[in-house]
Design a protein around this ligand. Structure first.
Ligand code: CTP
Length: 407
């Protein structure tokens, strides 16, 4: 249904123009309002009066009409619509659109519009097949102009082939499909974006039964992965051990150690955005024992010697041509959150860092809420205390805006 939608219909000069009267009726029956521009050639086939009567709106014809311009300027005419439909779109009008001409009201409006345009071509089969028309069509398609038809069949000129304008019902269906797709795009702003998220702790074995770990619950990372997927991003979540369920729509790669997490992240590249929310153990035990370490009566406790783990965030930030367009880290701090996080962003080479206080009094590490600062090259943005789901939503909103600015 098209309730509340405003369509600007451009009727150019072809025998199929009579069908645009039925098109206006179909659009209005579905709740759309319709303003029309009729070219001079178009007015040879349908009268302005019949278009005005069916659309219940004034018909615009003249680029230099003082009255029309004072009522609604041609720029405003092109901007006030939600969608522009050209039916019939003659070979001549398509050529003028392809070459950016503005020599009558229809061409001017089509050049000035900031709205999407759907054309329903109608012409003789030889004109349709002519390389000039086909070249113009390719140019217009590349610019994002939508097309419905033409259909194959008998022509008014007695020939047979492609060139008949799509039926009004088909054009109405194309308009409805356009608005349905636009609504889906709005609800899924990250459609087409590939995202990688790390989450949870890593565990570093001491021997087959013991390990070093940390208190990370994985809640924040999992919430971010879920929010990215809900926004339409194709999301891979590389997670250390956590009891949390896999967020819906996310591909989960379960790992244990930092080294495994790095390998899984590198395998997930290329991505557009990487969010490193995992609490990766900075060290692993050097020389993990193959057998359970036994207590020996009277012997001193074993001394664990540690080796540094790879830094996944720093590695992704410096991955050259495979570097994600946006790399985001977390800085879990127990004191001087902002100072430490600002320094960490520079040290790790990521674009943003989300600084959070994980001190014992904050209740955030493993808890439901988070109090964070979003730190980028342009400054520090304190966010109020909110649930980890809300932090995830807000971060995903910021990611969407940032990716639009970073083609
Ligand atoms: N990180 C990582 N790989 C590591 C260590 C950390 O990817 N081996 C990432 C974390 O996922 C987080 C960021 O780096 O996004 C910062 O983690 P944090 O533990 O706060 O920093 P550290 O590098 O461990 O520094 P420090 O413990 O000295 O504060």
């Amino acid at each position: 249904m098209l309730a509340g939608k405003s369509i600007l219909l451009v009727i150019s000069g072809g025998i199929a123009a009579y069908k645009s009267l039925e098109l206006i009726r179909g659009l209005k029956e579905r709740g759309a309002s319709c303003r029309s521009i009729l070219t001079t050639a178009g007015s040879e086939f349908v009268t302005p009066l019949s278009v005005a009567a069916l659309s219940e709106n004034k018909v615009y014809m003249d680029l230099f009409s003082l009255t029309d311009e004072s009522e609604m300027g041609h720029i405003q005419l092109s901007r006030a619509a939600d969608l522009v439909v050209v039916a019939p779109a003659t070979a001549d009008l398509l050529a003028r659109m392809a070459t950016g001409q503005a020599n009558d009201l229809a061409a001017t409006v089509l050049l000035a519009t900031d709205k999407d345009v759907i054309c329903a071509p109608a012409m003789n089969v030889r004109m349709w097949e002519h390389p000039a028309t086909q070249d113009n069509l390719a140019v217009l398609k590349r610019r994002g102009i939508g097309f419905v038809g033409p259909n194959e069949g008998d022509m008014a000129c007695g020939e047979w082939g492609f060139g008949r304008m799509a039926e009004p019902a088909e054009i109405v269906a194309a308009v409805e499909a356009y608005f349905a797709a636009a609504a889906t795009r709005r609800g899924r702003p990250l459609a087409g974006v590939r995202a990688l998220v790390t989450s949870g702790p890593t565990i570093e074995p001491i021997d087959p039964v013991r390990f070093i770990c940390n208190r990370s619950s994985g809640r924040q990372g999992h919430a971010i992965a879920g929010a990215l997927a809900a926004a339409g991003a194709q999301t891979t979540l590389v997670s250390g051990p956590t009891p949390l369920p896999a967020p819906s729509g996310v591909t989960v790669v379960a790992v244990e150690t930092a080294q495994q997490m790095l390998t899984a992240c590198e395998a997930a590249l290329p991505v557009d955005v990487a969010v490193c929310a995992a609490a990766v153990c900075d060290w692993r035990v050097a020389g993990e024992a193959g057998e359970k370490i036994k207590k020996t009566e009277g012997a001193p406790p074993p001394v664990l010697s540690l080796a540094e783990n790879p830094d996944i965030l720093a590695t992704l930030s410096s991955s050259g041509a495979r570097r994600p367009r946006l790399v985001i880290g977390f800085a879990a701090e127990t004191s001087d959150v902002v100072e430490n996080a600002v320094a960490k962003r520079l040290r790790k080479g990521c674009d943003w860092i989300v600084g959070n206080d994980v001190g014992p009094s904050s209740g955030t590490f493993g808890g439901e809420d988070n109090t964070v600062y979003l730190i980028s090259a342009t400054g520090v943005e304190p966010w109020p205390r909110m649930s980890k789901d809300a932090v995830a939503q807000r971060l995903v909103g910021a990611i969407g805006r940032a990716l639009e600015d970073r083609p």
